[in-house]
Design a protein around this ligand. Structure first.
Ligand code: UDP
Ligand code: MG
Length: 321
């Protein structure tokens, strides 16, 4: 009889300090799952780390026969690293876990239980974020709400990448090969039977977050432009609004000139109108540019990532790279 397989995919960028701790906790969980009739595996993706992450991973794999390693040719970012990992899961379900221990591996059995009940996309919803400043929490809160209003794709609030995907959800996700990968949105697009597991997000085991404010801002832009064309629509309405106002004002200017004469004045009004319209036009151009830039990236059809080394564990096929 073959056992169901679950592969835990961990993207790691400069996580040499946190990985051994995480592996210890993960191995204990995999042991418990094995007793429960599940073939648990781990797949670590080294996203072009510049510290000793790869050496640490080699040591981990040498000590645990369930661990596969993948190393990308450079730092492609978390979304690409996860895609690379998920592409190599050719059997069973996959679960995504952060390398820094913020998503507790001890919760994995709860995810597996939901999967066995027949759910395809079991995702963790953060109840609390510890060790993160108020600004990050507030902006994350606002982002998820704005995203939900703007996008037609259902994207659950306060949900990160901590989730389990059934084999069919995984196969569906693999068909989405867009370059700008806003993973939360992609998971949402796939659909199927989904269920949320609330959990408390722990502080990092070691090191600092790789996502500073600027990176998060870009991430938010990425999300909005990948899953919504609302900004373009907004530009249309702002344009319509200003056209209507301009028309009304033009009528007033003409009427005033005819009945009251025109003692050439109104420099302040003119400046205000010119500057305002100029500003609105530049913003609208910028919005078009955002979408055009994405179209350009997409049209190049480059691969999403390049693999440096692939060291599969015993019993794992060499994959479909
Ligand atoms: N990560 C990655 N590539 C990157 C940046 C981050 O693989 O370019 C990984 C990182 O090692 C960690 C996960 O993505 O396992 C989440 O990163 P981080 O903890 O910095 O983000 P946060 O939890 O603050 O959102
Ligand atoms: Mg983290």
């Amino acid at each position: 009889m073959t056992m169901d397989r679950l592969t835990v995919v961990v993207a790691a960028y400069n996580e040499a300090e946190a990985l051994p701790v995480l592996q210890g906790r993960l191995a204990a969980v995999l042991d418990a799952l094995a007793a429960d009739g599940l073939d648990g595996r781990a797949l670590y993706v080294d996203d072009g780390s510049r510290d000793s992450t790869w050496e640490v991973l080699r040591a981990i794999a040498a000590g645990d026969g369930r661990v596969s390693l993948l190393r990308l040719s450079r730092n492609f970012g978390k979304e690409a690293a996860l895609t690379a990992g998920l592409d190599l899961v050719d059997e069973g379900a996959a679960l995504i876990l952060d390398a820094d221990g913020q998503d507790p591996p001890e919760l994995i059995p709860a995810f597996v239980a939901r999967w066995r009940e027949g759910y395809d996309d079991v995702y963790g919803t953060r109840l609390q974020r510890e060790g993160e400043g108020w600004l990050k929490r507030a902006s994350a809160h606002a982002f998820y709400r704005v995203m939900q209003r703007l996008s037609k794709t259902p994207i659950p609030v306060d949900t990160g990448d901590f989730r389990l995907l059934s084999p069919r959800a995984l196969a569906a996700l693999r068909q989405l090969r867009e370059r700008h990968r806003f993973m939360k949105g992609l998971f949402g697009w796939v659909g199927y039977r989904r269920v949320s597991i609330p959990y408390r997000r722990e502080p990092r085991l070691a090191g600092d977050s790789k996502f500073n404010f600027w990176r998060l801002w870009n991430f938010a832009l990425e999300g909005i432009t990948s899953f919504s064309t609302a900004p373009l629509r907004l530009a249309t309405y702002v344009g319509l609004g200003s056209a209507v106002l301009a028309f009304a004002y033009a009528v007033w200017v003409v009427v005033k000139a005819i009945f009251l004469g025109d003692p050439v004045a109104g420099w302040p009004t003119m400046m205000v109108v010119i500057l305002f319209l100029g500003g609105v036009q530049l913003i609208a151009l910028g919005m078009i540019g955002e979408y055009l830039g994405r179209l350009y990236e997409e049209s190049k059809q480059r691969p999403l990532y390049l693999v440096d080394s692939w060291l599969p564990a015993a019993g794992v096929c060499s994959g479909r790279t």
